[in-house]
Unconditional design. Structure first.
Length: 253
């Protein structure tokens, strides 16, 4: 995993950002066309129009982005580095992060990361008891860390066979004094339980988490909060149920 001391400034055409030592010449040479039109000509779409796998790397293209905000790719790369320094947490290693557009407004950004083979919590739910059993400790560790993941759900975590990794790290931020751990845990568990279609096993999973996390919300409160969330669209819910039954791997984008 790269660290801040292992980065260098990177400029490609009208884009600028950072590269990590692990970025190879072939990947760097491909950056201009990925910036221009994405990686669809080189790889396999993981999220059509946005995320591609090209060999052993993943390319994520975002844009247009919000006014006067650090580009998503740069936030995600820096967050991955920060997460790797905290014992018990991990993320796919960033290789390069670029933004383009005026200084005051990023028109788009590109993140290149190391591909990690694995399963989301949804995909592992009925197939990998070891992965599911490890999830409570992983989530307790995240909630004890100085980070808050603003978009945590069962498809933004990845089991690589030995550990859980965080994905979509542009949604990660530093915890502030205003972030109450109990409230954050309630919100995240509610999203997880809703996405798991209120599977009965979720209660036992939460109970193991509560053994590790002080001030853990009660499961009845989690269930009530899950039911208060906006309903999942029917077609997406059916896809989730198919994954939980082991009939498919991913929820369509």
């Amino acid at each position: 995993m790269g660290t801040e001391s292992e980065t260098r400034a990177l400029r490609v055409a009208n884009a600028s950002g950072i590269a990590f030592d692990a970025l190879d010449a072939r990947t760097e040479a491909a950056l201009p066309r990925w910036i221009e039109r994405g990686a669809e000509s080189d790889g396999e779409a993981l999220r059509p129009g946005r995320v591609w796998r090209v060999g052993d790397i993943v390319v994520k293209r975002v844009g247009p982005e919000r006014f006067l905000r650090t580009a998503s790719a740069l936030r995600a790369a820096r967050s991955a580095v920060a997460v790797a320094r905290f014992d018990g947490l991990a993320a796919p290693a960033p290789l390069a992060a670029l933004r383009w557009g005026p200084v005051t407004r990023a028109r788009g950004s590109l993140l290149v990361s190391r591909f990690v083979a694995g399963s989301s919590l949804l995909a592992a739910w009925r197939r990998d008891a070891r992965a599911v059993a490890a999830f409570p400790a992983f989530l307790a560790r995240l909630h004890a860390s100085p980070f808050v993941h603003g978009d945590l759900h069962p498809e933004n975590v990845l089991w690589d066979g030995t550990r859980w990794l965080l994905l979509d790290l542009e949604a990660l931020r530093a915890r502030t004094p205003f972030d109450r751990r109990g409230k954050l845990a309630l919100e995240q568990w509610a999203r997880i339980v809703r996405a798991l279609d209120e599977a009965p096993e979720a209660r036992a999973l939460h109970a193991r988490y509560a053994e590790l996390a002080p001030r853990a919300p009660g499961f009845d409160a989690v269930l009530a909060a899950a039911r208060a969330l906006p309903p999942i669209p029917p077609e997406r819910l059916e896809a989730i149920r198919a994954i939980l039954r082991g009939e498919r791997e991913h929820v369509p984008s």
